[in-house]
Design a protein around this ligand. Structure first.
Ligand code: NAD
Length: 260
């Protein structure tokens, strides 16, 4: 697959670059933030792997020339631009960027009216399965169990809570007659209302991404935990999505839509 990388100089950009080359895909474009010090340098060198003959650029349109798909792991404020550029170029977009505001969400929907768009807050297969397990647990446990989500990430993460934690909380909320998701707690909060679903974020060190859903009952509890131990799992998932989506027409897809 001919791939352009948006957010090419970042942590995930590096993971996708390495995994893509190992799988024999071709990197044809690499885009970084305007003003980035790495503009003009070979993206392989920037990521401390072998040079690949593709210079980091600021201009999205020219970086997408010749690409079949653009893979985006950047920043929320950059997503609208890449979605518009993918639509204009008529190529598929695979985005894993989190913390999106309603404007960026709208831009993904607008692009999906023209090209295939995959967005997932977590490209690991383990999180997909955890989400399915949670759906099942919510059905079996009924309304009486309290649900809380705790996520842990490295100190460099830009957004909180993680997109995955939001997604897990929304999944739990959808199984409830009444639910209110709350992000963190402080002060004299009083007794926990039964309809609350708390989401808490821990930051520090080099943690790639841990998520635990607590299902707290009287006399027993379940703790459903997923731990990502390297970024390669997300890169592999994004590459799987990039290949799978090429067989699809315009529209918005999740990772679950593409899994066999
Ligand atoms: P990072 O800070 O290491 O990298 C972000 C990159 O985006 C930087 O290289 C930066 O130069 C680039 N960027 C910023 N603004 C840009 C712009 N306007 N145009 C082009 N590039 C721009 O962050 P990271 O750890 O690689 O994570 C990136 C995103 O991916 C975050 O939103 C993170 O939450 C998300 N993420 C998603 C998954 C998943 O599976 N969906 C997994 C890990 C991380």
């Amino acid at each position: 697959v001919k791939i352009a990388l948006h957010g090419a100089t970042g942590r995930m950009g590096g993971a996708v670059l390495s995994a893509a080359r190992a799988q024999g895909h071709e990197i044809v474009g690499a885009i970084a933030e305007p003003g980035c010090v790495d503009v003009g340098r070979d993206v392989g060198e920037v990521q401390h792997v072998a040079p690949c003959g593709v210079a980091v650029q600021e201009d999205i349109a020219s970086a997408l020339l010749g690409a079949e798909v653009v893979i985006d792991f950047s920043q929320a404020r950059a997503v609208t631009a890449v979605a518009r550029a993918a639509a204009r170029a008529g190529i598929a977009l695979v985005s894993g960027t989190t913390g999106l505001d309603p404007g960026a969400e709208r831009a993904l929907d607008q692009a999906a009216a023209v090209v295939p768009v995959v967005w997932a807050p977590n490209f690991s297969i383990g999180i997909q399965v955890l989400t399915e397990v949670l759906r099942h647990a919510m059905r079996r446990l009924g309304q009486g169990f309290a649900v809380e989500v705790v996520e842990v990430h490295h100190g460099g993460k830009a957004d909180a809570p993680s997109g995955t934690a939001r997604r897990l909380a929304q999944e739990a909320a959808s199984a409830r007659d009444r639910a209110q998701i709350v992000f963190g707690r402080e002060g004299l909060i009083g007794a926990r209302p039964a309809h609350e679903i708390g989401v808490l974020s821990v930051r520090g060190g080099d943690v790639v991404g841990d998520h635990t859903v607590y299902l707290l009952g009287q006399g027993e509890r379940l703790e459903l935990t997923h731990r990502a131990t390297n970024r390669e799992v997300f890169a592999q998932g994004a590459l799987f999505a990039a290949q799978a989506v090429l067989t699809r027409t315009k529209g918005r897809y999740t990772l679950a839509d593409l899994l066999p």
